[in-house]
Design a binder for this molecule. Structure first.
Ligand code: NAD
Ligand code: MG
Length: 369
């Protein structure tokens, strides 16, 4: 086994337990390294790998075969897509667990992007009132965001992520070499969340990204690994302070209220999550400018970095009233007043409802037709 070029270990501190995020650059397919890195976090004899039809042909064997030498391994291969992030997919996972007579000792392993991670986590949170699970995120988005922090869940036909649980994994293994097979559009979608961290917490990281984004797009795995490490550290710090999103964790939803309007209006899956968040962050920046917090140069900089990442900076046309209605279903609405995460400056975010609602209408109207 060749030694990885990039390697970093972080620890996430939560109320239930602390767990490691291992960010590394293995040759995921050729070596047994994926399996050997997760094996020590499997406590019982039973393992269920949950993945999908796209990822299974590329990575499943490299993970499954070495684990079979040590554990009783079952596999659940789900169809690929956000539209399958449903209760019926969760039932399929339970079906495999029940048929195998697996019990509390089972460890579920999520091998895939955020969709597989969220569903596997939710199945783990609910099966027998909670069993262990491990995240192996294979998209940039899931490496920097969804695999860290313990939010798990599925969609309801009337709303995204409406059913779920907080459930922390035993470990997260982010193998940067899996990004080599990720479609370019998905890589860009993940970059939206990376840019998000810079915009809400670290102006210096924004500068770093402005310099390093081309290398990331060219799949420089060490640079990608460094970016993932920074993002996971930001998220781990926030989660340690506020696991259940009663305060600072909400800031991670920057761009998401606007983005959820786009995702819901366009139908799940047509706009990628990261693409919707990119356009949503531009809207949030525009509102921040109207309030007087950002300059027009700041907003231009937000648009430039997102364009550099090949992301959309304009939402699709959505009627103002429709947008308001869709925001009403968002979990960030409290007492009928829309609270949004806005930027005080580049690198500093606030959750606030203290703005003239007409300014929000103006931002929505700008893109209504
Ligand atoms: P995804 O899981 O749908 O993956 C994107 C696509 O890439 C899929 O087609 C997948 O099969 C494919 N793919 C994944 N890894 C691959 C690889 N290495 N090579 C080739 N193809 C690969 O999408 P995503 O962007 O990873 O995740 C989006 C989901 O994450 C949404 O459902 C969102 O709600 C959720 N999310 C959750 C949290 C959280 O805190 N739990 C945070 C952010 C997003
Ligand atoms: Mg997100």
């Amino acid at each position: 086994m060749t030694s990885p070029l990039f390697h970093a270990d972080l620890t996430v501190h939560t109320q239930s337990h602390n767990y490691p995020i291992v960010i590394t650059e293995n040759t995921a397919i050729e070596s047994n390294s994926m399996a050997s890195q997760v094996a020590s976090y499997i406590t019982g004899q039973q393992v269920l790998i949950v993945t999908n039809e796209t990822i299974a042909p590329i990575y499943l064997k490299a993970l499954q075969q070495p684990l079979e030498a040590q554990f009783t391994v079952q596999v659940c291969v789900l169809p690929d897509g956000e539209q399958y992030k449903t209760q019926s997919s969760i039932n399929q996972i339970y079906d495999v667990l029940m048929a195998a007579h697996f019990n509390r000792d089972v460890t579920l392993i999520a091998l895939g992007g955020g969709v597989i991670g969220d569903m596997t986590g939710f199945a783990a949170a609910s099966f027998m009132r909670g069993v262990n699970f491990i995240q192996i995120p294979t998209t940039l988005l899931s490496q920097v965001d969804s695999s860290v922090g313990g939010k798990t869940g599925i969609n309801h036909p009337q709303g995204k992520n409406m059913i779920g649980a907080f459930w922390q994994p035993q470990m997260v293994l982010a193998d940067m070499s899996t990004l080599k097979t990720l479609p370019a559009r998905e890589l860009s979608a993940g970059l939206a969340e990376v840019v998000k961290y810079a915009l809400i917490m670290d102006a210096e990281f924004l500068l770093w990204l402005e310099h390093n984004l081309p290398a990331m797009l060219a799949l420089d795995l060490a640079i990608l690994g460094e970016a993932v490490k920074r993002c996971c550290q930001y998220k781990a710090d926030v989660v340690a302070q506020d696991e259940r999103e009663s305060g600072v964790r909400a800031l991670l939803n920057f761009g998401h209220t606007f983005g959820h309007v786009i995702e819901t209006h366009e139908g799940y899956g047509n706009w990628l999550h990261g693409e919707a968040i990119a356009a949503g962050m531009v809207q949030a920046a525009e509102l921040s400018q109207k309030i007087g917090w950002l300059t027009s140069d700041d907003v231009a900089r937000v648009k430039r970095i997102l364009s550099l990442a090949n992301l959309p900076i304009t939402p699709p046309p959505i009627e103002v009233q429709t947008a308001f209605d869709l925001m009403g279903h968002d979990k960030k609405v409290k007492h009928g007043q829309i609270r949004l995460i806005l930027l005080k400056s580049l690198g500093e975010a606030v959750l606030t409802n203290d703005f003239d609602p007409h300014l929000l209408t103006d931002v929505l109207a700008k893109h209504a037709t």
